[in-house]
Design a protein around this ligand. Structure first.
Ligand SMILES: Nc1nc2c(c(=O)[nH]1)N[C@H]1C(S)=C(S)[C@@H](COP(=O)(O)OP(=O)(O)OC[C@H]3O[C@@H](n4cnc5c(=O)[nH]c(N)nc54)[C@H](O)[C@@H]3O)O[C@H]1N2
Ligand SMILES: Nc1nc2c(c(=O)[nH]1)N[C@H]1C(S)=C(S)[C@@H](COP(=O)(O)OP(=O)(O)OC[C@H]3O[C@@H](n4cnc5c(=O)[nH]c(N)nc54)[C@H](O)[C@@H]3O)O[C@H]1N2
Ligand code: SF4
Ligand SMILES: [Mo]
Length: 878
């Protein structure tokens, strides 16, 4: 990390989730960067979650790709860019424009995205540019367009505070949009009458503030909301004036819904009838209701229908676009919205225009080209399938890691290997995708590049740089325009700054618009890019915090459309088979290329895991803390078993984050099939069939090491920790020579003195290598899962004056009490410290625990977990 010399504070935006929090970044004299929440930003008013707070710890240059590479050889920009252009040109000339593709990301900035989309759709003449938003928001986009005629999120964050009822569907907001969750939690604390309903098969951390949790089975949502529509209609809760004047298709939707009485909904959704009835009553009686939904809705083979089933209920009651009410799709990535605005999805053209004859002609005139693609391109899953068949001759992947995040991830890896020319632009040299590339291009990252992002409430904010570009890294827009120019499109890509690109994007949004298209930034024509404040679109005439409140939609007849939704049949699982649900943990971001660098964030979960209900665990002979193999005909993963009743019977939960860089066998998308929603093309990432079995392990192990090890031939999972690496191990066969194995795996200097303690009877053994009282390596092995306190052991790495015997004993002495597993990552407060404060000092509220231990007093992301510890201690104490 090379901090710029000044120590002035820069106002920027968080690069993680779609909440889009404002961040103040202040480079320090020692090269570090101080991070805090921007009190003036309307998304967060100064708050940050654990990931945002730890941004300063993710900026090191470890693992960064700093120079262009061709087949692993370092080169300069000219050679790399010439080669990329030549290969793309050759493929286009020989096989046509549809033989090349770009696969982008909601983590590109709007300016990067705009240039990539313009290149492919306007000048290469193919719409084969799709993005990881296909895995994320595609069903919401499709649902919005079916209902509203445009991809519009009607409401805003304030509505979450104004609502009297918040329904969270398939959203683990507490972990995935923590600052929004905290805004809701604060509103609920000040207005206890406000109700929260959580609809999720799992009892998540989000469910901890719920007045009602409906544990539906996977894809039970459509039945639930179709039943709600029928309930609302039957009991006179329709807003007939709104329905008559501003919507079409209500009758057809209601006709289908009539077949869904409560009992049938209960049977199809798996939730108890009396709880469903309560939810229906609350929804019916509460005018100010917001339905927030996320990947439990979108990532499904029926995702678009689920979106419309939800929107139908808001249309019937006229609860849309007014204060404190509306359907609310929350976006995942920092710029998922910006990508949709520029047309980054293969089925959209640009600036919220589709591939209509009129729009193709208009965009062509604006860009000064006659080569605009005339029809949608390949959607992500189809794109990689075409690649596997040899139909894609050159692909360029930017800011996404499909070898880990796409369904059938091994198939995606094979497709890349089958593709004659693969280019990857990334910040990191070694991602599971970058290692497959012929050409690797070093991209500038957060803090180094500038541009704009748009958050879930349509608010665009500036990302501003505060670090110098490291090595040869360049911003994505620059890399793309250089290739575009080399492809012969000089005049159209003569950009010298993101400001110029943004001005063009603004102009296109306003071009021949006149209020006909929702996406309109005309109010920003001529704006000073450097100082643009967070702004919600549309920016046209008077500010518009909400849309559709006037009943004016973007369909041809300006009316919203009901969509008849027939809930899918319940798919029977075969005996012995389980549903594989996947998603996120609180402190990691996707494939861990950034959060994996922060010790604080890597402490919450340090290993890939599978959560399983106690009944299933006993049925399949899975013991807690042992290793389990989850597999199906397509692939398998080895994961640590967590037995918990928060997970429903018949379903497993596995996080999506672990890759080959962090674990031996944790890539869960290898098991997920590439089944997609027929309307949106979004894959069903939350519902694969799988089975689970115990893994026969000879010995389990745990280590902390000052140096990262090189491990092969065993189970391993590593995580960053203060001063080194920690890792979980399991041997299927015992090493013949322990000392030799340790010396090679941990690359120990020949002079290093190894101490050991072996108990032949129990089979337990520990090894320690110290140098001048400081720890180089400690390793513990045991036939059962190692019970050494992980927190204590990781702290050994920065302890001084250690003795080998204390390390080998493997248990905390009085001199260094065991904090327990880290709960609060901001202040490194462990579960034991919190439990002691509750039991010993009588701290029986989250606030009191905060006063005693500081836990939960900064970002607040761990407050649901603290609440759970309080409950547990109270149960234990009686
Ligand atoms: N900490 C963290 N935060 C993130 C991210 C991250 O990687 N880490 N990623 C960001 C991104 S890109 C995204 S898209 C968002 C995702 O944010 P979320 O959608 O909130 O996160 P997920 O964990 O993917 O899934 C949410 C929930 O859907 C539930 N679910 C599964 N199947 C069903 C179903 O059939 N019906 C219902 N109702 N629920 C179901 C799962 O049990 C899970 O709890 O998070 C963003 N924020
Ligand atoms: N099973 C399962 N699979 C899933 C999901 C799930 O819930 N379950 N969720 C899906 C969803 S919603 C999403 S959004 C995807 C996310 O999946 P990915 O997009 O594959 O995940 P990331 O780790 O965010 O990948 C971003 C990459 O871009 C790099 N990068 C960061 N900043 C920049 C930049 O400015 N420029 C460039 N060129 N590179 C940069 C990072 O180093 C990293 O390698 O995963 C999807 N896959
Ligand atoms: S909630 Fe957290 S991850 Fe999301 S934008 Fe805010 S600080 Fe970043
Ligand atoms: Mo996402």
């Amino acid at each position: 990390m090379i901090a710029q010399s000044s120590t002035t504070t820069v106002k920027t935006t968080c690069p993680y989730c779609g909440v889009g929090c404002g961040v103040l970044a202040t480079p320090q004299a020692d090269g570090s960067v101080a991070i805090s929440g921007d009190p003036d930003h309307p998304a967060n008013f100064g708050r940050l979650c654990s990931k945002g707070s730890a941004l300063g710890e993710t900026l090191s240059l470890d693992g960064r790709l700093l120079h262009p590479e061709i087949n692993g050889r370092r080169t300069d920009w000219d050679e790399a860019l010439d080669l990329v252009a030549a290969k793309f040109r050759a493929a286009i000339d020989e096989y046509g424009p549809n033989s090349v593709a770009i696969y982008g990301s909601g983590q590109l900035l709007t300016e990067d995205y705009y240039v990539a989309n313009k290149l492919m759709k306007g000048f290469v003449g193919s719409a084969n540019i799709d993005t990881n938003s296909r895995l994320c928001m595609a069903s919401s986009v499709a649902g919005h367009k079916r209902a509203f005629g445009s991809d519009t999120v009607p409401g805003n964050y304030e509505d979450l505070e104004l609502a009297d009822l918040i329904v969270l569907v398939g959203s683990n907001l507490a972990w995935c949009h923590p600052v929004l969750y905290q805004r809701i939690a604060a509103a609920k604390a000040s207005r206890p009458d406000m109700r929260v309903v959580v609809i999720d098969p799992r009892r998540t951390a989000t469910a901890d503030i719920a007045d009602l949790h409906l544990p539906i089975q996977s894809d039970g949502d459509s039945a639930l909301f179709v039943g709600l529509l029928a309930h609302l209609s039957r009991n006179g809760f329709a807003d007939q004036r709104f329905v008559d004047q501003h919507t079409s298709g209500a009758e057809a939707a209601l006709m289908v819904a009539e077949d869904w009485p409560l009992e049938r909904v209960a049977a199809a959704s798996g939730a108890p009838a009396e709880d469903i009835a309560r939810f229906y009553e609350w929804f019916a009686a509460t005018e100010k209701a917001v339905t927030v939904y996320s990947q439990g809705v979108n990532q499904s083979a029926a995702g678009t229908d689920k979106v419309n089933a939800i929107i139908n209920c808001h249309l019937l009651t006229g609860r849309i676009g007014r204060r404190g009410m509306g359907p609310f799709s929350v976006t995942g990535q920092p710029n998922a919205m910006g990508g949709r605005e520029v047309g980054g999805l293969a089925n959209m053209l640009a600036a919220h225009m589709d591939f209509t004859e009129e729009a193709i002609e208009r965009v062509g005139r604006f860009w000064g080209t006659s080569s605009v693609a005339t029809k949608p391109g390949l959607k992500a899953v189809d794109l990689f399938a075409a690649m596997a068949r040899g139909e894609i001759k050159a692909v360029w992947i930017m800011a996404t890691n499909p070898v880990d995040s796409m369904p059938d991830a091994d198939g995606v890896r094979a497709a890349l290997r089958a593709c004659p020319f693969v280019v990857v632009s990334d910040m990191n040299a070694r991602t599971d995708t970058a290692v497959e590339a012929h050409v690797r291009l070093p991209a500038a990252g957060w803090g180094e590049k500038e541009g704009t992002v748009t958050n879930s409430e349509r608010r665009l904010s500036r990302q501003r740089p505060f670090l110098a570009l490291p090595g040869d890294a360049r911003p994505d827009w620059w890399i793309i325009k250089e290739v575009a120019q080399r492809l012969g499109f000089r005049a159209a890509f003569r950009y010298s700054s993101p400001a110029e690109i943004f001005a063009e994007h603004v102009a296109l949004s306003a071009f021949e618009n006149d209020g006909k298209r929702d996406f309109d930034l005309s109010g920003l024509v001529g704006a000073d890019y450097a100082s643009i404040a967070p702004t919600q679109w549309p920016v046209r005439g008077k500010p518009m915090a909400r849309m559709f409140g006037d009943g004016d939609f973007f369909t041809p007849d300006r009316k919203a459309r009901f969509v008849p939704v027939a809930p899918p049949p319940v798919i029977p699982t075969s005996p012995g088979s389980l549903v594989l649900n996947t998603g996120r943990v609180r402190d990691h971001w996707h494939t861990m290329t950034r959060t994996g660098k922060a010790a604080r964030l890597s402490a919450h979960y340090a290993e890939p895991f599978v959560e399983i209900n106690p009944a299933d665990a006993s049925r399949f002979n899975i013991r807690g803390a042992t290793l389990a193999r989850v597999g199906n005909g397509q692939g398998s993963a080895i994961l640590r078993a967590i037995v918990t009743d928060r997970q429903p019977r018949g379903q497993l939960f596995v996080p999506m984050h672990w890759t080959d860089q962090f674990s031996s066998n944790g890539r869960i998308d290898a098991l997920v099939r590439s089944k997609t929603d027929p309307v949106s093309g979004q894959p069903a990432l939350k519902m694969a069939q799988c089975h689970i079995e115990p893994v026969r392990v000879r010995l389990y192990g745990f280590f902390v090491s000052a140096q990262p090890p090189k491990l092969t031939g065993l189970y391993w999972a590593v995580a960053q920790t203060m001063g080194g690496t920690r890792g979980e191990l399991a041997w299927f066969d015992e090493p013949a020579d322990w000392e030799a194995w340790l010396r090679t795996s941990f690359d120990l200097p020949p002079a290093a003195r190894m101490r050991s303690l072996v108990d032949e009877r129990s089979g337990r053994r520990s090894y320690a290598v110290l140098e001048g009282g400081r720890l180089i390596l400690a390793l513990y092995a045991s036939p059962d899962p190692v019970i050494v306190s992980r927190q204590w052991a990781t702290e050994l790495l920065h302890a001084e004056g250690l003795s080998a015997s204390a390390v080998l004993a493997g248990r905390p002495g009085a001199y260094m009490p065991d904090k327990g597993a880290i709960v609060c990552s901001c202040f490194s407060v462990g579960a034991n410290t919190i439990a002691a404060a509750i039991a010993g000092e009588g701290c029986d509220t989250v606030e009191a625990v905060g006063r005693c231990t500081k836990a939960g007093t900064n970002c607040g992301s761990c407050r649901p977990e603290i609440r759970r510890i309080i409950e547990r201690v109270h149960v234990a104490v009686g």
